[in-house]
Design a protein around this ligand. Structure first.
Ligand code: HEM
Ligand code: HEM
Length: 218
């Protein structure tokens, strides 16, 4: 096991409260797709709210949640991969993990965005914005919505595989910090610089407004 030391704060509460409900809601959207469409749409709205919040938090949130703190160019990613075993441990996403974060968030945005315009084959079940496009376009969107879900599934599988590789190959537990917000691994550089509470309040109101606007359009 990697040596332990005094725990350091690495993830703020909003980032953790984004992640775990997101996991539950994506599973709900998955299980209800094509079956219980009301629940499917409601879970989709909730995911939209989480994604709007995460984009906002990526700019105004705690230091380790900010995109500017973890999005790196190809050079930094390659250097990290080359020195995978010896690379310094930094609070927040490492350059490679950051890629998978962007991939997951990107695919989720495409997924919910397409869902808003999707129309089922009978034209009965549809997303709240589907009325603005033709049936044929809505069917095409539905096909891409389904295809993109396969990519999302693959990205989630990769995400879980990476976490397992860190746990088993590097003896580094990434899961506990995403739950408790703290990491006790020895040699960790940096620490979370939290954002003020009012920024959280603004983000929650903003996300709720976007969801309300989309939902009432349906
Ligand atoms: C991460 C979130 C989502 C996931 C994983 C997801 C997944 C899926 C999948 C796999 C299907 C195909 C079901 C089938 O035909 O067997 C589907 C259909 C559908 N989804 Fe989503 N979806 C998500 C979000 C949304 C959202 C936000 C909306 C709209 C508010 C939406 C609306 C629809 C509609 C209307 C269909 C029916 C299309 C058809 O039957 O071809 N989805 N979804
Ligand atoms: C539907 C399935 C999942 C999705 C869509 C998902 C998505 C994400 C996203 C978007 C992030 C970036 C967090 C942020 O910066 O805001 C993340 C990080 C993380 N996720 Fe997941 N996740 C899923 C399932 C899981 C599961 C089941 C686990 C635990 C076994 C897990 C463990 C983690 C951990 C440990 C991190 C932090 C990685 C790091 O230290 O860089 N995820 N996930």
């Amino acid at each position: 096991m990697t040596p332990k030391t005094t725990p350091v704060r690495v993830w703020d509460l909003p980032t953790r409260l984004f992640h775990w409900p997101l996991v539950v809601l994506v599973v709900v959207a998955w299980l209800t797709a094509g079956e219980q469409m009301n629940i499917h749409r409601y879970s989709g709205y909730a995911i939209i709210g989480l994604l709007v919040f995460r984009l906002y938090w990526g700019v105004f949130g705690g230091s380790t949640a900010r995109f500017s703190s973890f999005v790196r160019g190809p050079g930094a990613v390659l250097a990290y991969v080359r020195n995978w075993r010896t690379a310094p441990l930094v609070a927040g996403h490492n350059p490679l993990g950051a890629l998978s974060v962007l991939l997951l968030i990107g695919l989720l945005i495409v997924q919910v965005g397409l869902g808003l315009f999707a129309i089922d084959v009978n034209g009965i079940e549809s997303g709240p914005l589907a009325q603005h496009i033709t049936y044929e376009a809505g069917r095409w969107v539905s096909e891409v919505h389904e295809l993109n879900f396969r990519f999302l599934q693959a990205a989630i599988a990769l995400h879980l595989l990476a976490i397992a590789v860190y746990l088993l190959g590097k003896r580094r537990n990434l899961i506990t910090p995403m739950i408790t917000g703290q990491d006790a691994v020895a040699g960790l550089q940096g620490e979370l610089q939290p954002a003020p509470l009012w920024r959280l309040a603004v983000g929650v109101v903003l996300s709720a407004l976007v969801v309300a606007l989309i939902a009432q359009a349906g």
